[in-house]
Design a protein around this ligand. Structure first.
Ligand code: TEU
Ligand code: CA
Length: 586
């Protein structure tokens, strides 16, 4: 039986007919898979060592083969590159080393021809200090652009208050022209915009519409949860006006178009997640929340204060988001981005079990409900860098934090240990295309060193090997295209306290899937009386469900349950049905 989802919505663990309104129409971005491109490290087309837009265009065929629907392109705008493009000096121009506006138009058109949509990175919490608005604003307190930014008088020769920049040090910088301080939550070359100013907001909306008119499908919104800040009350994230601004933005820009938007929200809880993503509130399609990403730092500490990941914690956090957004919003699913270390090094095993653990992590993530994101290189299991010294980590965040941690009394050794584990540069080495010099990324000298393991880990090798991580991702993407249950099925967690196994179900209509992942290297006994067919596994010889006796290191399987009575609908938490799981673990 095929159910029409246009007329259904999901609440808690059941599915209900919604009378009258059609609140949950299917959206194209719900069944999409997004691929994140970090342009400077993706592909260099002209041998200057810097990845560029024509380089991306040249790889459309590859992306098409992988099967992704959407590209998120990290900032390619005009920028002094103090923070690799997250410091924009002209929103309507391209940074010359990345190409021209014409190159961008060509990328958009060629992607459209191949059924791939593009979302741009929208960085509107701050600009570069070299943006004409800021150059004007700093000139005098009377300047018409003054109120585009946030200025305060100092206190006894000191900054207005003790707000800190996320990149270390004070969030206030003294500006000698007027003797006042301006606010910057990132580097001092990234002054924060003043969203309280309606003129500024209108400028941003005009710029967004201009980009939408170029044919892009939407935006990834950089640190969008900061735009409602109230610096005098030291409110950074989730300020009181945040959601009003987003509703206003939605109405003024993408709301009337068939767009997709994703907000970067480090400070979101599921309750806040629903505010952003419940369609009736008309804000965003989805957000990136970072709760699971922060499970390997000590409570109250910075992300440099390391602690091992506890699997039950990961299950608790993922499951909370899966359950609390069910019927009230939409999740994004990601392990990686340009700010995070490589997942296979972080929570998998980048040694002997690199391939198995990378596939397990992919299965676990793509099996959940939401829109999955793949960060460039994740699909071939790229790893963290083996670099040793601070000079080998050029990122401004790392450079600042290094100095700050040493000043705070940490030793060089412990600081470098944390940096190796967590530095953003782990994700920023050039994409590994083949085993020729510089991994086929450039014919010149790459702007940043290639990870020396490129001779073994690269796209060419992955495409030759039918058992590669690449083909596992490809299968996960095609499973999603062929099975509504993978997109719309309700999630339900089993065995929340087990330390090694992550087991959950997805349920839709009369169908149910069981996803079983061994998160560790230890082999575990696993028996289930039910029968179920293997849809995908990272081992070649994984048996049918009722023949399963043990889960091997990092084994990950998607089973389709065989039903006794296929005419009856099943509910995710239905323990009285023929779906009662009779699983024995040891
Ligand atoms: O990142 C937001 C952010 O808060 C990061 O500083 C994050 O805390 C850190 O990188 C990793 O924990 C966004 C962009 O993704 C990042 O690349 C930019 O540097 C930052 O905003 C400023 O625009
Ligand atoms: Ca180039």
């Amino acid at each position: 039986m095929k159910v029409s989802f246009a007329f259904l919505y999901y609440t808690g663990f059941e599915m209900k007919k919604q009378e009258g309104s059609m609140r949950w129409r299917k959206k194209w971005w719900q069944s999409s898979v997004v691929y994140q491109v970090y342009p400077r490290s993706f592909a260099d087309s002209n041998g200057d060592g810097m990845g560029d837009i024509p380089g991306i265009t040249g790889k459309i065929k590859y992306l098409k083969e992988l099967g992704v629907d959407v590209l998120w392109i990290c900032p390619v705008y005009q920028s002094p590159q103090d923070d690799n493009g997250y410091d924009i000096s002209d929103y309507r121009a391209i940074y010359p080393e990345f190409g021209t506006m014409q190159d961008m138009e060509e990328l958009i058109t060629k992607c459209q021809d191949n059924g791939i949509k593009i979302i741009m990175d929208l960085v509107v919490n701050h600009t570069s200090d070299e943006h004409p608005w800021f150059i004007e604003a700093k000139k005098s307190t009377e300047n018409p652009y003054r109120d585009y930014y946030i200025w305060r008088k100092g206190k006894d020769g000191q900054p207005p208050n003790d707000l800190k920049s996320n990149f270390g040090g004070s969030a206030w910088e003294y500006s000698p022209e007027t003797g006042e301080y301006y606010l910057h939550f990132y580097s001092k070359k990234q002054p924060d915009l003043n969203w309280e100013n309606p003129k500024l907001r209108q400028e941003i909306y005009d710029m967004m519409n201009w980009w939408l008119d170029q044919g892009i499908a939407g935006f990834r919104m950089d640190v969008i949860d900061l735009i409602g800040k109230i610096p005098d009350q030291k409110i950074k994230e989730n300020g009181p006006m945040l959601h009003s601004y987003l509703q206003e933005m939605n109405e003024a820009t993408f709301g009337s178009r068939d767009s997709m938007t994703v907000g970067e929200c480090w400070g979101a809880t599921p309750e806040i997640g629903r505010m952003y993503t419940d369609p009736k509130r008309k804000e965003l399609s989805m957000i990136f929340q970072f709760e699971q990403i922060q499970l390997d730092k000590k409570a109250g500490g910075q992300r440099w204060d390391l602690k091992p990941l506890d699997l039950p914690d990961l299950k608790r956090v993922f499951s909370k988001w899966q359950t609390e957004l069910e019927g009230h919003g939409w999740n994004s699913l990601f392990w990686n981005n340009h700010d995070l270390p490589r997942i296979v090094s972080r929570w998998g095993n980048d040694g002997a079990y690199r391939v198995l653990s990378a596939k397990m992590l992919a299965t676990l993530l793509h099996g959940m409900k939401g829109t999955p994101y793949i960060y460039q290189g994740e699909e071939i299991g790229m790893t963290n860098v083996p670099f040793r010294t601070i000079e080998e980590f050029p990122d401004i965040e790392t450079q600042n934090i290094y100095k700050e941690r040493l000043k705070a009394g940490f030793t060089k050794e412990e600081t470098m240990h944390a940096i190796r584990a967590k530095a953003r540069d782990n994700a920023r080495t050039p994409m590994q295309w083949n085993s020729t010099e510089n991994a086929g990324f450039t014919e010149g000298i790459p702007w940043y060193r290639v990870n020396p393991n490129y001779t073994k880990i690269n796209v060419e090798q992955a495409r030759k090997d039918p058992d590669s991580i690449f083909y596992h991702y490809q299968k996960l993407i095609s499973l999603r295209k062929e099975n509504d249950i993978m997109v719309y099925g309700t999630y339900y967690l089993l065995f929340p306290e087990d330390e090694d196994l992550y087991i959950y179900t997805r349920t839709l209509g009369t169908e149910q899937w069981l996803i079983v992942c061994n998160f560790h290297e230890k082999t575990r006994t696993f028996r289930c009386k039910q029968s179920g067919q293997v849809l995908l596994s990272n081992y070649k010889d994984t048996p049918a469900l009722d023949k399963m006796t043990e889960l091997r290191p990092y084994e990950a399987v998607i089973y389709r349950m065989e039903r006794k009575d296929v005419s009856r609908e099943v509910h995710a938490q239905d323990h009285s049905s023929d779906f009662e799981f009779d699983i024995e673990l040891e």
